[in-house]
Design a protein around this ligand. Structure first.
Ligand code: PHE
Length: 377
């Protein structure tokens, strides 16, 4: 098909030709305007400008016109072409816009409707405490290690300078198991009472210098508002040639200031006794009571938050480390106690009850990732 403007087919040109041309443009304009989808519009475009389209065919027909006719018909065809192209563009813009509007309307729905309740998961406050601890000690070159929860009496007591019948063994309310240590007849295994066992394993497997952080579940037979049979401990151990109490005091002061996010936090080191340290100390932080609630800061009252000290030479010897050339410090603290002080919880038991109301109140948004990988020893 052609616009009938070319010379073949004996179509008369001049005036009649112009009428045919403008009639066709009028018809095609109607077809373009009738398109209500971009796909339909594309069909019309192909029928005009495609390889076998009306205009393409008419252009081809020009070849057979005389030079004078070519001039007139050529101009008419070019004018029609421009008009039709402009119409197609305009219609495409209108259809694209209405398509976008339709999609936006679908996506947004009715903004006057009540919002739907979205359940968002929260991180357990203990997880957040663990992340903050790893962030702090990780940035100071500590390496993170884990060990088993079922332990031998040697790793839990003897190597930590608590030989058989040492009174400190009784103070830890240990859970003994029926299972017997395969390397020692008649000696029951136990659930570790502290993560110091990880330090022992580390010192037996690797020689100093090292900075180690261990963190995990520990078990003691105790149950009330501030004690549960399972809780979490964090312990640090640094063994190097020239490490002293000053380093220990410095890093723990920095840590507590960072953890409680309080530059004016009152921190007190008080001499204490642990069989595996010499000297040993406990660290207290200052607080005051406001309507029965603990408020950190001030030095009205003191609360113990951790134990620490220089590693006892006997512990080093038990792990085949020469105390003449090496010394170091260790510290240990309960994650739950730190978390309760930071988050203002007064009862420890809900930490392990999985109550979603408690979790959504005390939990944290999941934004942080631990900086360190985990290792087992
Ligand atoms: N392991 C000790 C405890 O559970 C904590 C501690 C670690 C104290 C290191 C001093 C040094 O009580």
């Amino acid at each position: 098909m052609s616009l009938g403007l070319g010379c073949p087919g004996g179509v008369r040109i001049s005036k009649e030709g112009q009428i045919v041309a403008s009639q066709l443009v009028t018809d095609l304009t109607k077809s373009i305007e009738a398109c209500d989808t971009i796909e339909a519009l594309e069909g019309v475009r192909v029928s005009i400008f495609g390889k076998k389209g009306i205009l393409t065919e008419s252009m081809k027909g020009l070849a057979q016109c005389s030079p004078d006719e070519k001039k007139v018909r050529g101009k008419e065809l070019n004018d029609s072409k421009e008009i039709l192209e402009a119409l197609l563009l305009e219609r495409r813009a209108v259809l694209s816009l209405s398509k976008i509007q339709e999609e936006v309307a679908k996506a947004w729905g009715d903004i006057t409707l009540d919002s739907q309740e979205v359940w968002e998961g929260k991180l357990h406050p203990l997880t957040r405490t663990q992340e903050r601890i790893l962030e702090f000690f990780g940035s100071r070159g500590f390496h993170f290690a884990q060990g088993p929860q079922i332990e031998t009496q040697d790793n839990n007591f003897t190597f930590l300078n608590m030989p058989d019948h040492h009174p400190a063994r009784q103070s830890q309310d240990t859970f003994y198991l029926k299972a017997i240590n395969p390397d020692k007849s008649n000696e029951p295994l136990l659930l570790r009472t502290h993560t110091s066992t990880v330090q022992i394993r580390q010192m037996q497997h690797q020689k100093p210098p090292f900075r180690l952080l261990s963190l995990g579940s520990v078990f003691r037979s105790d149950y009330d508002a501030t004690h549960t049979p399972m809780f979490h401990q964090l312990e640090g151990l640094v063994i190097e040639k020239h490490i002293d109490m000053g380093h220990l005091k410095g890093i723990l002061t920095d840590f507590l200031t960072y953890f409680f996010d309080d530059k004016n936090l009152k921190i007190r080191f008080r001499p204490s006794y642990f069989p595996f340290t010499e000297p040993g100390a406990e660290v207290d932080i200052g607080y005051s009571l406001h309507e029965g609630k603990v408020r950190l800061g001030g030095d009205e009252k003191w609360l113990e938050v951790l134990g620490c000290g220089m590693v006892h030479p006997n512990v080093l010897k038990n792990c085949a480390i020469n105390p003449e050339n090496n010394q170091g410090f260790a510290f240990g603290m309960g994650l739950e106690r730190l978390t309760m002080l930071k988050g203002g919880m007064s009862d420890l038991r809900p930490f392990f009850e999985g109550d979603l109301r408690w979790l959504s109140h005390y939990g944290y948004m999941a934004m942080f990732k631990p900086l360190l990988g985990q290792g087992d020893i």
